[in-house]
Design a protein around this ligand. Structure first.
Ligand code: MRU
Length: 367
């Protein structure tokens, strides 16, 4: 029997603990292929090339990734140093130096989603704490794996709680617009922006969802419309330049989007085009809700101006998805992957711990 895309795990640690299994999202919706990542280069590439993407899913991948690499560090030591007569366990200092190198390498794969560094720093803390408690390096490997699994389980609980909180803001039959993919494929289950939609569906809310296609990488068309459609949600795909039309027609009662980083003042970075949707939503009086786990809130970044925005290759705009290049050779291209939406356009930020509203400087801190 054909499996539905909703039956697959976005990210998992393989049974042997030596590889990560992901759905290669660059092939969706045409082909569902599970790939195994083992080396640091494979994990880095999978994140950079968006085979696995979405802030929470990147965080979980990085957490499993550093586990897999930590195990390799120890096994490599066993193969080489022991061959030179060094008996016994690897010294923590040697292990930690290599662990830190790999952690920094994974962290360099994408700059904007704070969940990546959040997950890696959490793994780093657990590693140092275990050493402080006198644990051996082999015991530390077990503790790292347990922590990474917990980060994944937590993501599922957190997304469900975001769904419960978001559902309080809409009514059965409402039209909801979303941008990019902040869905199950961007997390371990439910998604963030889609969590209220999936929970509503469990309870017979019959939402009508509009999914922006999301140029240039089409996460809305390839991923959001695919997963919602597969889950039986009433979803209509629109081009990015149609959101004003559907809002002007009165078809949208709320916008739900995900987020890659929330600054301390409530400015939010999300997929390029999100700020256009927020501006249009303000014009038509539609509430604009940002769904974000608290791991996406970065109180160390004061405003959106300090968020590093990833710039991506120009081919994504000029030729990807087309049979042939659709722009003159040599034309200048600007391709930021994310934009910042000013806090004043954000009606509320929905987290697992509650709903934050302006002034965000206070409400985010109190969460
Ligand atoms: O470049 P992507 O596909 O990783 O961008 C994803 C987004 O912008 C999502 O909205 C965000 O990461 C939140 S995912 C729950």
């Amino acid at each position: 029997m054909n499996k539905n895309i909703m039956d697959y795990e976005t990210v998992a640690l393989d049974q042997d603990g030596r590889g990560i299994l992901i759905i290669d999202q660059t092939l969706l919706p045409g082909k569902t292929q599970i790939i195994r990542l083992e080396t640091a280069g494979e994990i880095w590439d999978a994140i950079y090339l968006l085979k696995v993407r979405g802030a929470p899913a990147i965080g979980v991948t990085a957490a499993f990734g550093i586990c897999v690499l930590a195990r390799q560090i120890v096994e490599e030591y066993a193969k080489t140093d022991r061959a030179f007569g060094n008996e016994g366990e690897m010294e923590f200092a040697d292990f930690y130096r290599k662990f830190t190198e790999q952690k920094n390498y994974l962290n360099s794969s994408r700059p904007t989603a704070v969940n990546l560094s959040w997950a890696l720093n959490r793994m780093d803390r657990v590693c140092r704490q275990a050493h402080g408690e006198g644990k051996s390096v082999s015991r530390i490997l077990e503790i790292l794996e347990r922590e990474a699994r917990e980060i994944k389980e937590e993501d599922i609980r957190v997304c469900r709680a975001i769904g419960e909180n978001g559902l309080r803001l809409v009514k059965p039959g409402d039209g909801i617009l979303t941008h990019c993919n902040a869905g199950q494929l961007a997390t371990c289950k439910y998604g963030t922006a889609t969590a209220p939609i999936y929970l509503g569906q469990e309870r017979g809310y019959h939402f009508r969802v509009f999914a922006d296609e999301t140029r240039p990488l089409l996460q809305g068309a390839r991923l959001t419309s695919y997963e919602l459609f597969s889950a039986g949600v009433d979803v209509t795909l629109i081009c990015d330049n149609m959101s004003a039309t559907v809002m002007r027609n009165g078809w949208v009662q709320a916008v739900f989007v995900g987020c890659d980083r929330v600054a301390a003042n409530g400015d939010v970075a999300n997929k390029i085009g999100t700020s256009v949707v927020a501006t249009v939503a303000r014009r038509y009086g539609v509430p604009f809700y940002v769904c974000a786990p608290t791991s996406t809130i970065d109180l160390a970044t004061p405003t959106g101006a300090e968020i590093e925005i990833e710039q991506r290759p120009e081919e994504e705009v000029t030729q990807m998805w087309y049979k042939e290049r659709m722009a003159p050779q040599g034309v200048k291209v600007f391709n930021p992957a994310f934009d910042v939406t000013d806090n004043e356009l954000v009606t509320a930020i929905i987290t697992e711990r509650g709903i934050a509203r302006a002034p965000y400087g206070e409400s985010l801190r109190s969460l």
